[in-house]
Design a protein around this ligand. Structure first.
Ligand code: SF4
Length: 171
């Protein structure tokens, strides 16, 4: 993991001085003692960080995974639910079908950008390349749609999973 939480906010993020993996545990199941210990250590760093409030709000709106602003992914999902954001995200992203693949891919990308609140230029480029390569191979519409969905499905799964997480009540 090379991305440092808080690196875009103009001040020095304290996590930049830590092991880069500290804020990205292999899971966030705090019933596991080793994981709980890591999450608590990461949160303790955040609680001393001058960027904590900004970092937390950004992560809530952006849907990032890991420990940001002294919150876990599940805790931010709970905050999003309390703010009425989760259901909105869930409804806005619909899967792509084989009908009119190019327009459908554009719609899915527009939806993802809207619910994440940020542009996704790399994903757009990857989708364009996947469609180009699929057409060069002579793939049909179903295969073209599948190629696009392989790229965008992780984003859609993430948005849906935050509603379906174990022990959480769907909005
Ligand atoms: S609040 Fe935590 S995750 Fe965010 S920049 Fe500070 S130390 Fe890093």
């Amino acid at each position: 993991m090379t991305h440092v939480p808080g690196e875009d906010f103009g001040a020095h993020p304290l996590c930049a001085d830590e092991d880069p993996d500290l804020h990205f545990p292999v899971s966030e199941d705090v019933s596991v003692p080793l994981i709980r210990e890591q999450v608590e250590r990461a949160k303790a760093v955040c609680e001393q960080c001058p960027l904590m409030a900004t970092c937390r709000e950004n992560a809530i709106n952006r849907g990032s995974e890991g420990i940001w602003g002294a919150t876990t992914t599940a805790e931010r999902a709970e905050i999003r639910r309390e703010r009425g954001l989760s259901g909105k995200r869930h409804r806005q992203v619909e899967p792509l079908t084989a009908r009119d693949v190019s327009a459908g891919a554009g719609r899915v990308l527009d939806d993802l950008e809207q619910v994440r609140g940020e542009r996704l230029p790399l994903l757009r480029k990857q989708v364009r390349q996947a469609l180009y390569q699929a057409r060069r191979r002579g793939d049909g519409a179903d295969q073209q749609a599948a190629a696009v969905m392989r790229l965008v499905q992780p984003e859609i799964d993430w948005l849906n999973n935050e509603q379906d997480a174990p022990g959480e009540v769907a909005a």
